[in-house]
Design a protein around this ligand. Sequence first.
Ligand code: BMA
Length: 314
Amino acid sequence: MTGHYPELFRRHKSNPILTADSWPYPIHSVFNAAATLLADGTTLLLCRVEDRRGHSHLCAARSENGVDQWKIDAKPTFLPEPDYYPEEIWGVEDPRITYVPELKKYAIVYTAFSQHGPGVALAFTEDFRQFEKYGMIMPPEDKDAALLPYQIDGQWVLIHRPVSGSRAHMWMSFSVDLRHWGNQKIMMEARKGSWWDANKIGLSPPPIETPEGWLLIYHGVRHTAAGSLYRLGLALFDLKHPEICLKRGDEWVFGPQETYEQVGDVGYVVFPCGYTIGSDGDTLRMYYGAADSSIALATGSIRELLHWLEEHGQ
Ligand code: BMA
């Protein structure tokens, strides 16, 4: 034993790796990016970009090594289209990407924001240049959603986070056609009282498929007199019955610690929406929004995360 908690995620030394200054056109801030590896090994981040109106759109950044030399689209990649999708009138936010082998397409699940609140919307793409929007699939207030990569028992599975009263838990919905969703099941509840994940939790990046189950990195929001603290925890769910929680870590494993995570538009926020997995099948590169102002990178080992859950999970 030492006097330290284990460090499961190691921050990259050049953090933050993307800021508004990196952008080829004027933006206010860039944060909460989805991530995927393209077929040629390129890392693609689909970044949430906020303009000076306060509205967000998505913009793709590509890099060979996933760390630097980002090639950022010269114009917004994915814009709100309120004429066709009125639920996007105040912007599109916080995407999560899942590659769906059966469709040979990437699913993008994102937050569509309007006067009615945030809802969950779905789009597909093959190349991150042209997109097919399906529109809103979960009405407000709902967000923090991602699709599982294949059907389970003939049904597509969506994880999402509706709000009920002052509390917000993670739910699952099912669909046979990706348009009509139902058969809702609760997946994981926010704890109560003084817990780090009391009252409000949500999925962070899409689940990580492992032989032991779906490994989830989720965020817990602790409301304090000084504001909200966004921190990350781990949980494991059954592969065939993903609504069944096998283990849930008792402690948070990653929280705002560096200046770029504590100071920004919304301080004390770490908010990952994506990861990539290295060719060893184990190295996890987690891309996260820092203080709603920049994008940072932290690296972990899937094996170590599972081992930690084995010891700290209930
Ligand atoms: C959450 C989300 C995130 C944001 C976070 C902190 O509710 O909307 O987009 O990063 O709040 O502001």
